[in-house]
Write a protein that binds this ligand. Structure first.
Ligand SMILES: Nc1ncnc2c1ncn2[C@@H]1O[C@H](COP(=O)(O)OP(=O)(O)O)[C@@H](O)[C@H]1O
Ligand SMILES: [Mg+2]
Length: 262
């Protein structure tokens, strides 16, 4: 049976969808069968981020209304075991109950190793629908106070769901700022939120899914390495976290800051 993980956040725009899509790619590249589900009913985001938007023929609503078999609605990424179930575009969010969503996932959970659900923003019915069908959660935050504060509220709610695990990913961390004390580190945020840290992702212009898929001809990027470490933590509890301060410490770091004026 698949491990069902909801990727959630307090604030929108912190990188939830980017982290989920990149994690899905990384797990699939490690040989796992991964299904990504857009939990934002009525709005679609994940198919756009994955560059699959133009391939959508059937979506979640068609599956629920028995207009197609679920396999017809799944979009597969070339060459790897990575699939996407597109959001129900024609539905308003309140038309899909948590129970129908759970039943839908129940139909396919034996086919996959992982089901990753992109939680909609907010803490209303859409949040409940996405969280209540999962057994694990990843909270994504940035190192900024409003995002951390809203993340704390979501953690409080997540703790009432009896999940097997609730872990933290801190996204968009700048190593140069952490070294100079202008930004909190992933470890500090994990302590404040009292939530185990499974990953830190640096601020990286090459964070797009295209770079993760190797579609823009980039063999490596800092965010790609960081996401890979998250995938290994999810798979094997390796407890290794990407070090964003590497290259920013010591004399070299100081010289770099002097040159850039930071
Ligand atoms: N580590 C990062 N470095 C730089 N930009 C990022 C990073 N993570 C996400 N972004 C950018 O932030 C924006 C919001 O990300 P997104 O994944 O859509 O957030 P959410 O799903 O939480 O609303 C996107 O433009 C994305 O490319
Ligand atoms: Mg999103």
């Amino acid at each position: 049976m698949a491990r069902k993980i909801v990727v959630t956040s307090g604030k929108g725009g912190v990188g939830k969808t980017s982290v989920l899509a990149s994690l899905g790619i990384s797990l699939a590249n490690k040989g796992k069968n991964v299904l990504m589900i857009d939990g934002d009913i009525g709005l679609n985001n994940l198919d756009v981020v994955m560059g699959m938007e133009s391939r959508v023929i059937y979506d979640m609503a068609d599956v629920i209304e028995n207009k197609c078999h679920i396999n017809q609605a799944l979009l597969q990424e070339d060459g790897i075991g990575l699939y996407l179930l597109p959001s129900a575009h024609a539905y308003s969010s309140d038309k899909l109950s948590a129970q129908s969503f759970r039943e839908l996932i129940g139909r396919i959970e034996n086919t996959f190793d992982f089901i990753l659900i992109d939680c909609p923003a907010g803490i209303d019915a859409g949040f409940h629908r996405a969280v209540s069908c999962c057994d694990e959660a990843i909270l994504v935050t940035t190192p900024h106070i409003p995002a951390i504060r809203d993340g704390d509220k979501v953690l409080g709610l997540l703790r009432s769901y009896k999940l097997n695990a609730v872990n933290l990913v801190v996204n968009r961390v700048r190593g140069d700022f952490v070294v100079t004390g202008k930004m909190m580190s992933g470890g500090e945020i994990s302590n404040i939120l009292r939530c185990p840290l499974i990953g830190v992702v640096p601020e990286d212009d090459a964070v797009t899914v295209y770079s993760q898929l190797g579609r823009i001809g980039m063999n490596s990027s800092s965010s790609r390495d960081a996401i890979d470490m998250i995938a290994r933590n999810v798979l094997d509890n390796t407890n290794k976290i990407y070090d964003v301060t590497r290259g920013h410490r010591g004399l070299i770091g100081k010289l770099k800051r002097l040159v850039s004026g930071r």
